[in-house]
Design a protein. Structure first.
Length: 858
């Protein structure tokens, strides 16, 4: 026993203990079994456990601890040990649990870990451990808990790793984004698993069918990976105990997993940010314990089952950015615990549900960009915790009800509807109300003076029929554009100053005369300044913000004025047939790309808005997100997400373009998938009509995003055609039939243009080819060469190694079919996607090398 205390003191001597947490570890004390964190066996008085978690310790973990012969539990979690994984701990052969989580450990996981053969729990999570996960770990057959989450592990998950780990109850490899692996089938044989956490861990490929063997599973998190394919049929039937299923932020497709509710255990279902399609089946009503339902950002469609709304435990309901339709049921008499409902950007119709205000837990209701109509229910704002309500961009009518109980309301957005009547004065009594957007309605009467009590960050009442004087605090702090479009409004700084009361007028005659003199001088001065200003504005080709209307599909928190101010030369990043592109920084710090379209056909705001809504609703990982737009007669500003890597066209034109083949293939597959979505998967088919490498932007991880699709809808056919005609380079992408005036735009035309992009990727050269003295586009150049004996290989980009040649020739073959002169000879976009996908490399695990074998076998 005395030697055990010596061993502990040696262990302590290499540790920094700034808070003296180990002060009672002292040579003078009678028994070390009372020391902080030490547990001894009652029978033998020998140390069985050292638990020093969360004590701010740093320094070295000394191997002396392993000389405690009965040490079975070592917990040093939540400290600041900053060293290589201590190899010597493998000498602690009696260890049953080892927890070194949440330190600053680094290096690779040594194979010697295999010596800890009695381990049932190993937690190394939240460190900086890198390299492959060693196969030797798979020999620890008693492991029940294996947590390697939040590290820097990389490489492939080798199937043998999991073969012997049949006792595992928890497996956590999450948050290791540098892993790059398919999901090993073998995980499906770990039949005792209750928690499988593999989120954000570089996984790709399908969810194996073997997962049907995970019958004890309660938590499955595969979110934030690149998983594709469908959820295996019968998965819900097999995992009846499943309480959390998170498959969000992948590339999964297929229909809603109808069987997830069979076990009735599901509490959280997250399928958002995938490509699921079809309806949500009525069977969802059987998920009686469901609390969180998130299916946003997919392509689900159809009506939502009405029983979903009355699930007794449901708190979070997110279904925005889908294609749902139909009406919502009334919530009168429904005992609901709903807290947050977001169903924006769908095609719901009918009335806003009666009884919504009776759901007293509701703090956010957001249903913008739908087709809701009719009056608002009188009690809509009655939830005492209501904080955010967004019903903008619908077709709602009637007056805005009074606000009585919702004293927590922070944001109210009712913009772009057909509300009439007055602005309710009760709005001014809501103490934390900060954002009010009731623009684009038909509201009349005065702006209630009560509103000046509020500390507003946004107050937009533009384009209504309001009249009377604007309370001064509302004029002074906010952009004038938020009041525009209300000819009856008056006040300081507005086009109409308010009338001075008659009594005052008489008593102020003298002052008036003086004022007139001063004013004449001032007016003269102003006219001069205004003249100069107009000349200045015209010279800078800027537009008066007062003539602008805007619709933002995302909260950009920027005014048209600020946006217009930012459209200066130094922010310009490119110019195309339709106008210039500028990069603009939002007040929140993010960047957006703003494209100015010259709308020479002067389409009305309503028409433009409905067309742009269709473009904005097209959501796919391979489409550039349209965030909003501003409109004035003659010009439209489209606001897109900003992709800092620029376009494929930019890359192709850079000298020494040298993307490797796998990257080019990835760009081709992604762009084809984007096009496929526009042609076939999106409810209202969109023809791109301007497919070219300049309109393929490069996102993170080189995921391509198609841009500039469907502009013909926004600016009208005539403007569109004349813009395209002005861009010489675009001709290389146009199919031969484009010139025929009788030909309507077709899918085949887009396929031709895409074929040209494929040729650019294969040859590594931009479509427009200056060769000899004539200008030859890439299609003609390739055709000439291909017709020569042995000509095809000559046109492949020589910068790409010979091993990819076979695949490149296959893509060449496909590109030639896409660019066939006769449209009917071209493949469909589905066929194009399939052919390209068939060339995607399958990543085989590297051969097991010596370093991966347990140390004894090297
Ligand atoms: N969303 C964006 N993010 C980052 N850069 C962009 C974005 N949109 C455009 N750009 C940049 O601006 C350049 C010009 O784009 P633009 O679309 O105006 O021209 P284009 O594609 O050559 O012609 P067209 O007007 O016929 O589509 C692009 O090549 C790209 O570098």
């Amino acid at each position: 026993s005395s030697s055990e205390s010596d061993l502990l003191l040696t262990f302590k001597s290499s540790i920094d203990d700034p808070t003296s947490a180990l002060s009672n570890w002292s040579p003078n004390s009678t028994t070390h079994c009372d020391w902080t964190g030490i547990t001894c066996s009652n029978a033998t008085s020998l140390v069985t456990s050292v638990d020093l978690h969360n004590l701010n310790l740093s320094g070295d973990i000394s191997p002396s601890i392993c000389r405690l012969p009965h040490l079975s539990h070592l917990n040093l979690a939540n400290n600041f040990f900053n060293q290589l994984i201590p190899l010597q701990l493998s000498q602690c052969t009696a260890l049953v649990t080892l927890n070194l989580s949440n330190n600053l450990l680094w290096g690779t996981l040594p194979d010697q870990i295999v010596l800890l053969s009695d381990l049932t729990a190993l937690d190394l999570s939240r460190n900086r451990i890198a390299g492959q996960i060693p196969l030797s770990l798979g020999s620890l057959a008693s492991l029940q808990v294996l947590n390697l989450g939040s590290n820097l592990f990389s490489g492939f998950l080798h199937p043998p790793l999991f073969r012997n780990l049949t006792q595992l109850v928890l497996l956590d490899l999450s948050q290791n984004p540098s892993l790059a692996s398919e999901l090993p089938q073998e995980i499906g044989s770990l039949s005792k698993l209750r928690s499988l956490l593999l989120q954000r861990s570089g996984l790709y490929g399908p969810i194996p069918r073997s997962f049907l063997g995970l019958r004890e599973l309660k938590v499955l998190d595969l979110s934030q990976n690149n998983l594709s394919g469908k959820i295996p049929l019968g998965f819900g039937l097999a995992s009846l105990k499943l309480a959390t299923l998170d498959l969000s932020q992948n590339m999964l497709s297929g229909s809603f997993p109808t069987d997830v509710c069979y076990g009735k255990s599901l509490i959280e279902l997250s399928l958002h940010d995938n490509s699921f399609t079809g309806p949500i089946p009525n069977i969802i009503e059987k998920c009686s314990r469901l609390e969180r339902f998130q299916v946003q950002d997919n392509s689900f469609a159809g009506a939502l089952p009405s029983g979903l709304w009355s699930l007794p435990g449901l708190k979070l309901f997110r279904a925005e950015n889908n294609q749902f339709s139909g009406e919502l049921p009334d919530l009168v008499g429904v005992s609901s615990r709903l807290e947050q409902v977001q169903i924006d950007n769908n095609s719901f119709t009918g009335r806003i549900p009666r009884g919504l205000g009776l759901v007293h837990t509701m703090y956010r209701f957001s249903a913008s960009l739908n087709g809701f109509s009719g009056n608002l229910p009188e009690n809509i704002f009655d939830s005492p915790v209501l904080s955010i309500i967004n019903l903008s961009h619908n077709s709602l009518t009637g007056s805005i009800p009074e606000f009585s109980t919702c004293r927590k309301l922070v944001s109210l957005s009712l913009a772009d509807n057909s509300f009439t009547g007055n602005i309710p004065p009760s709005l001014g009594h809501l103490p934390v109300l900060t954002y009010i957007d009731i623009s684009d309605n038909s509201l009349s009467g005065k702006i209630p003076s009560e509103l000046q009590n509020l500390k507003l960050a946004l107050f937009n009442v533009s384009f209504n029929q309001l009249s009377g004087s604007v309370p001064p605090p509302l004029v002074s702090g906010l952009p004038a554009s938020f009041l525009q479009g209300n000819p009856g409004l008056c006040g300081p700084g507005l086009p109409n100053p308010c009338n001075v009361p008659p009594g005052k007028r008489r008593s102020n005659t003298n002052r008036l005369i003086w004022a007139l003199i001063v004013m004449s001088i001032a007016v003269g001065f102003m006219v001069l300044t205004a003249g100069l200003y107009v000349v200045y504005r015209l010279s800078r080709n800027k537009s008066n913000p007062c003539t602008w209307k805007s619709v933002f599909f995302y909260p950009l928190r920027i005014t048209e004025e600020e946006l217009l101010m930012a459209l200066v030369e130094k922010n310009a990043i490119g110019e195309g047939a339709f106008g210039k592109v500028h990069v603009v920084q939002l007040p929140g710090g993010e960047f957006v790309a703003v494209k100015r379209l010259l709308n020479s056909s002067n389409l009305s705001f309503r028409k433009v808005k409905s067309e742009i809504k269709i473009l904005a609703k097209a959501r796919h990982r391979n489409l550039t997100k349209l965030l909003g737009f501003c409109y004035s007669k003659g010009t439209i500003l489209l606001i897109f997400e900003y992709l800092r890597k620029g376009s494929l066209g930019d890359a192709l034109r850079r000298p020494g373009f040298s993307f490797e083949w796998s990257l080019r293939l990835k760009l081709a597959i992604g762009s084809a998938q984007g096009l496929l979505y526009l042609h076939k998967d999106y409810v209202s088919q969109i023809l791109h009509r301007n497919m070219k490498s300049n309109n393929i932007l490069i996102g993170d991880d080189f995921e391509p995003k198609i841009s500039d699709f469907g502009f013909d809808r926004v600016i009208g056919e005539t403007s569109y055609k004349s813009s395209v005609a002005s861009e010489l380079g675009s001709y290389c992408y146009m199919p031969p039939e484009y010139g025929c005036s009788s030909k309507k735009p077709t899918e085949e035309m887009d396929v031709y243009s895409f074929g040209v992009v494929l040729l650019e990727l294969i040859t590594g050269r931009p479509a427009e080819q200056p060769e000899a003295r004539e200008t030859l586009d890439v299609v003609k150049l390739v055709r000439r060469k291909v017709n020569m004996t042995n000509g095809a290989p000559q046109i492949l980009d020589p910068k790409i190694s010979g091993t990819a040649q076979r695949d490149m020739l296959e893509v060449l073959e496909l590109a030639l079919r896409c660019t066939a002169i006769l449209p009917e000879k071209r493949p469909s976009i589905i066929e194009v996607v399939r052919s390209l996908q068939s060339l995607e490399p399958i990543i085989y695990p590297p051969m097991c090398s010596g370093e991966l074998l347990p140390s004894g076998q090297q």
